[in-house]
Design a protein around this ligand. Structure first.
Ligand code: 5GP
Length: 206
């Protein structure tokens, strides 16, 4: 059986990454193979709608650190004060079963995978502007203003890592960004909007 492919998708929070990933999952199979979102382990407490084993494998800091010692993670990182990690065995079993897997991980996790000899296609989702990012975070109404400020600071730091990814997608129009991401996954390549590097430079200089 053909092994599944690994896709890494990162973005600053509020860039619309989760909605784009869910749209891709809704569109479904890629060249006859199914596509799934990888379930990570985390020490973050579950949110009201989170389901164990579906959204994350929720665990204590002790359990997470024990797994880190046992080198059970492909990558792991501290994101907004909690630990997150991708489990090696989980990923291997999915890929071996021919399932294409999307990893929704942050820039630190991506950099760790990049250091290893793991074949993957990486995509960075870029928000149209910092103002738009802030308004999306505020609209989400999920965080306190301190957390939003921390996420914005983090967003700017993450944007500077965007050029290390294979592809960058600008999310200023949801349908177009979803088409671009889906084509990229289906066609394993695809074209990148020409002006995107200029937009990224603009975002970083503000
Ligand atoms: P949330 O707590 O909102 O679900 O996720 C916060 C951030 O953690 C997201 O940006 C997501 O990409 C990142 N994240 C989720 N799982 C992992 C993981 O396994 N590894 C890394 N490095 N980041 C993760």
């Amino acid at each position: 059986m053909k092994k599944g492919e690994l896709y890494i998708i990162s973005a600053p929070s509020g860039a619309g990454k989760s909605s784009l990933i869910h749209e891709i999952l809704k569109r479904g199979s890629v060249s006859g193979s199914s596509i799934e979102l990888s379930v990570s382990a985390t020490t973050r407490p579950p949110r009201p709608n989170d389901i164990e084993g579906q959204d994350y494998f929720f665990m204590t800091k002790e359990k997470f650190e024990d797994l880190e010692k046992k080198e059970a993670f492909l990558e792991s990182a501290n994101v907004h004060g909690n630990k997150y990690g991708t489990l090696k065995d989980y990923v291997n079993s999915k890929l071996e079963a021919g399932i294409n897997l999307i990893l929704d991980i942050d820039v630190q996790g991506f950099e760790q995978i990049k250091q290893k000899d793991i074949t993957n296609t990486s995509v960075f989702i870029i928000p149209p502007s910092i103002t738009e990012l802030k308004s999306r975070l505020l609209k989400r109404n999920a965080d306190t203003s301190e957390v939003i400020e921390a996420r914005l600071k983090n967003a700017i730091a993450e944007l500077s890592g965007a050029n290390h990814y294979d592809h960058k997608i600008l999310n200023d129009n949801f349908d177009m960004a979803a088409d671009e991401l889906y084509n990229l996954i289906v066609n394993r390549g695809g074209k990148e909007a020409k002006h995107i590097s200029e937009i990224l430079e603009d975002l970083l200089s503000n």
